[in-house]
Every structure is written in structure tokens, then in C-alpha cells.
Design a protein around this ligand. Sequence first.
Ligand code: HEM
Length: 367
Amino acid sequence: MVKNFDAAVIDAVLAHMNDDHNDDNLLIARANGYPDATASVMADLNQDAGVWRAEGPEGTREITVAWPSAPLTERPQIRRDVVLVYQAACKTLGVPAREEHKPAADANPHGEHGGHGHGGHGASPHGHGGNPHAHGGNPHAAAAEHTGPKPFSQVIRESSWGDHSDSEGATFMEDIMRGVATKQDYIDLVIQHYFMYVALEAAATQLATRDDAELLHPAALVRLPALEEDLEFLVGADWREQIAAVPATAAYAARITEIGEEGWAAGVIAHHYTRYLGDLSGGQMIAKRVAKQHGFDDGRGISFYNFAELGDLAEFKTNYRTVLDSLGDTLDEAEQKRMCDEVRQAYAFNTQVFIDLGKQKAARAAN
Ligand code: HEM
């Protein structure tokens, strides 16, 4: 019997493929039986195959493509096999496959993967085996014929995507996405966000004088008021007395404050990027899952994820990446690498926060 992946995993893969890989979806449809297709979306997947829905002169067709390594059992295998299907399609159609589908380790122009272990609490990056589908949602990556130097937003993404997978795949986070976490787990996460954003938004005030401040850190991005509202709703009027940071959050906030005080703008932006682009991406999925599970129908409890005042989120992210690209032009190779390393460090802190939250939960259960 064909087994399905968890709905959250399927949603994430489909969202990613349809937001960021329209050209690839079309290539896959054209190479797999619909050569005249003019548009295609990925519609479904299970352990045995991916399903694309293509439009063309012969109407709508559903195209099922078996995974080369079927049956797939683990989420990372999906990425790998989508890339294999994409590469096979390129071969069939005689078009060159994009090089960013190489593993992240190959795609990192700086070669090595740092990991400084700031904070000394075990937050150093770990287990970030190359992600074969490394470039993900970068609009620049869609340009198959792109030649010049890689846009810096893409360099950042590629060099850190393995760390993103570590954060995303942490048990505490996965449990939230699978709908098996408790409401208290979610509240504990919101509490950690509060401490992170106190530090982040204090450091981010120094971005206000930049020419690109409106694209980088507009007022609608600021999260602290929303977090305060959520905590009042979730914890109660005396929430300030009720909350505490886990050790990894304290170390994470200390690192952000340190960079802010140092005045290292690229470092502040490294942390800014990792949190806000995450909130605008996976964060939106988290909000939907949590709202459904805990009945936050009127939006109270999840205002942190509500960026309505920011306008079109995809457009904001595209503009944000343009800012990163321009920033990259002002940094030499060592500075670029330092910033990429800081992004990886930011992911490592987030992963460690999930680990600490898991420990806190286990300790509570034992008492
Ligand atoms: C359940 C957990 C998560 C899921 C399902 C998830 C999913 C995704 C998806 C689908 C994207 C691509 C969307 C796009 O590029 O527009 C993305 C991007 C991103 N995520 Fe996550 N994510 C999760 C957790 C995290 C965490 C914990 C962080 C870090 C705090 C994070 C940071 C980011 C960043 C910075 C990007 C933008 C990458 C770029 O395009 O440069 N995510 N995420």
C-alpha cells in the first residue's frame, strides 16, 4: 500500500516547489509525457511518486512520476529525488541542469563550513549534510542561464540550508508541525521568541539609518508588540513574571546584543535575516498548524506571525534578497564568509533552543 508523508511535510514541499520552482515543474511535465505543457504545478506526493498537474493545448493533465529511489521514507529523501527527477527531465529535454542543485557543501563558494560555538553551550552547527536541493526559494536561482557571480542572497541560502534543515527537523519543532505538541509547548516557544526579539529588535534599531532601511527593517516587521499581545493572551496579565529564557535563548540573545554593541551591521543583518525570513516562510505554516490545533481562530495567540501590514510577503522577501545582494557587493570575501558563518550560527542557536525546550519539557514531565 502506498503510504503518505505527514500533511505538513507534503504542504511544505508543494509550497516550496510551487513558489520557487515553477520552471522546474514545467520541465518535469514536458519531459514526462506532456511536451507541449505551458504551465505546471506540483499537486501531490507520496512515498512512491510525485504528481504534477500541467496545463497545455490538450487541457489539464495529471502526471505521476515515480521517485527514482522509491519508496521514500524520510523527508530529506524527497528533496534528493525531486532533484533527480528534475535532472532526468533536463537530460530528456537536452537542457543543462542548474548547478545550484549540487549539494550545499559544493555550492558554498567559500568551501569550508565554519561553526564557532559562540555561547559555549553546544550550539555549534552539526550534522548539516549537503542538501541536494540547496537554493530553495531564491528568485535569482530561477534564472537557469545566470552566469556572473552568484547573488549574495543565494550564497547565504546555499551555505546555510543544511543548518535550516537541522532547525526545521528538531523534534520540538517537528512535533509542533505534526500537531502532536501541547499548547504549553507552543507557549514555551512564544516565550523564547520574546527574549530573542528583545535582543534582535534592539540591535536592529541601528539599521534605521541605512538607505535601504525601508526594505530591510520597516515598522511593519517589528514583532515585539505582537509578542507582548500573544503572551498576555496565552500566559495572562502577569506574563512578565511568569516567563524565563532557556539557556540557549539567553546565549542567542547575548550573541545578538554583542554584535549590536560591536556595531557589526552585517552581523546584525545575519541574525535579522535568519529570524524574519524564517517567520515569513516556515513561520506562516507554523501559525496555520497551531491555529488549527489550538483553535486560535480570531488570530489571538498567533499575532507574532501576522504580517498583514507588511503587504505581499513574497514581494517583501524578494526585495529583502535584493538588499542582501547589494550588501554582498560591499563586502570582501572574508566579510561575506563571516556573515554566512553568522547565519549558520543563528540557525545553530535556534536548533539549540528547540533542544533546550525539549529538555525543559522532559524535566517537567519527570516532576
Ligand atoms: C517547521 C519548521 C520550518 C519549516 C516548515 C520551514 C520551511 C521553510 C520554507 C518552505 C522555506 C522556503 C520559502 C521561501 O524561500 O520563500 C523557508 C525559508 C526560510 N526559513 Fe524556514 N522553515 C522552518 C523553520 C525555520 C527556522 C526554525 C528558521 C530559523 C529561525 C527558519 C529560517 C528560514 C529562513 C531564513 C528562510 C529563508 C531562506 C532564503 O530564502 O534565503 N526556518 N523555510
